[in-house]
Ligand binder design. Structure first.
Ligand code: FAD
Length: 364
């Protein structure tokens, strides 16, 4: 285990269930990880980052995901925010903003709106230049980490195309309201955000005028890979809890693991974890090599890993029986968190539509 894995294991310790119940991550834990650049570990060293490869970042994300889905959610948002700056910012913007994201500040990423969920082309948030400032008006929903964030990366319509703006969460005209009682990842600070005539310096603007689909796909690919690895973490946590329980609890005079129907759950959990790991490793290699396949590989990894995590977490609760039915317990949290992974960063259905297009392109 690397020093970073050990650090986060120590910081989370046995507290994830409590954080989930209270809906709050301790500020000092978030600050420690953000301050060491661990919420966005792929950022290059020139900007204070740790320059992890996608595969190393993925394994670290899986580790965090196995400990605490809410903390992993913050990593996904911070990683997407940093990637937006790295991909669409100029050199001054990279130097200014990436160093903030690797030295303690946190960020949320805002695409979704009340009428623009799966269909992000329906986005109505307006970004306009006015002299040497940009003005933002819009309403974003379900922004992960926004309740903790210093910066919000807000996507909107700009000059016939799209753009992102870097909005300080405390800028005049910004209102952040927590989503009450989310089903899962309850401490991830999901919030709705209102932006009313928010006026910012011109250098807050990124990717000005590029096609919306191009900008969204690039940023979501980063997020999909992160969510996919987070699901690997959920699978590993479920596998460990299930194997431990099935090998120690006895019913009908034998270990649960010695009943074949329970053993089948264990086998399927292992297959689910291994398959998810392999597709994530492949997508990470595509990311590092910047191959054209990376977009579809990230979709495939996210779709498979999220589906496997959701079905495997349900099986894990089944194997633990009443021992898995307590709120805050590992498999109960995994069950609720994994379901949400089938909705975010492109729902399972939206992923399937993209994969079907790929199937037709390659196989018809
Ligand atoms: P809808 O788009 O209304 O979809 C509802 C259902 O219809 C889904 O099952 C969907 O798959 C299906 N559906 C929709 N269109 C089609 C179609 N064409 N074909 C087949 N089925 C279809 N957003 C952000 O911007 N930033 C964040 O950080 C963020 N974090 C989130 C964290 C969590 C835990 C959750 C739950 C959401 C988060 N979101 C975030 C919002 C998320 O991106 C959206 O919930 C997601 O895109 C789905 O949109 P929707 O909820 O409006 O569902």
């Amino acid at each position: 285990m690397s020093e970073w894995h050990e650090l986060v294991t120590g910081l989370v310790s046995d507290q994830a269930g409590e954080w989930d119940r209270t809906g709050l991550l301790p500020r000092e834990v978030v600050a420690e990880l953000a301050g060491k650049g661990l919420l966005c570990p792929q950022v290059p060293t020139d900007y204070g980052g740790l320059a992890f490869t996608a595969a190393a970042a993925g394994e670290f994300t899986a580790h965090v995901g196995s400990l605490c889905g809410s903390l992993r959610s913050l990593m996904t948002s911070q990683g997407m925010a940093a990637w937006t700056v790295q991909r669409f910012g100029n050199e001054e913007q990279r130097a200014a903003y990436l160093s903030r994201l690797t030295s303690g500040e946190t960020a949320g990423v805002a695409f979704s709106e009340p009428a623009a969920g799966s269909d992000l082309a329906a986005m109505t948030t307006r970004i306009e230049t006015d002299g040497d400032t940009v003005v933002v008006d819009g309403h974003k929903v379900w922004v992960t980490g926004a309740a903790y964030a210093d910066l919000l990366v807000v996507f909107g319509r700009y000059a016939g195309g799209a753009a992102a703006v870097l909005v300080p969460a405390n800028a005049p005209g910004v209102r952040v309201e927590r989503v009450p009682d989310p089903l899962g990842c309850r401490a991830a600070g999901h919030a709705d955000v209102w932006l009313e005539s928010v006026r910012l310096p011109a250098d807050s603007l990124l990717g000005a005028g590029l096609p919306l689909s191009f900008v969204v796909t690039s940023v979501l690919s980063h997020g999909r890979l992160s969510v996919a690895w987070g699901c690997v973490g959920i699978l590993r946590a479920c596998l460990a809890a299930t194997a431990r329980h099935a090998s120690t609890r006895e019913q009908f005079g034998r270990r649960l693991a010695d009943h074949q129907l329970v053993a089948r759950h264990l086998a399927e959990l292992l297959v689910a974890e291994q398959a998810a790991t392999r597709v994530c490793e492949h997508a990470s290699r595509c990311w590092d090599a910047n191959t054209p396949e990376l977009v579809s590989a990230a979709i495939l990894a996210k779709h498979l890993a999220a589906g496997n995590a959701a079905s495997s977490a349900a099986a894990a609760v089944q194997v633990l029986g009443s021992a898995g039915a307590r709120d805050g317990g590992v498999v109960a949290r995994a069950y609720r968190d994994a379901k949400l992974m089938e909705i975010i960063e492109g729902s399972s259905e939206i992923c399937q539509l993209a994969l079907a297009e790929q199937a037709l392109a390659n196989w018809s």
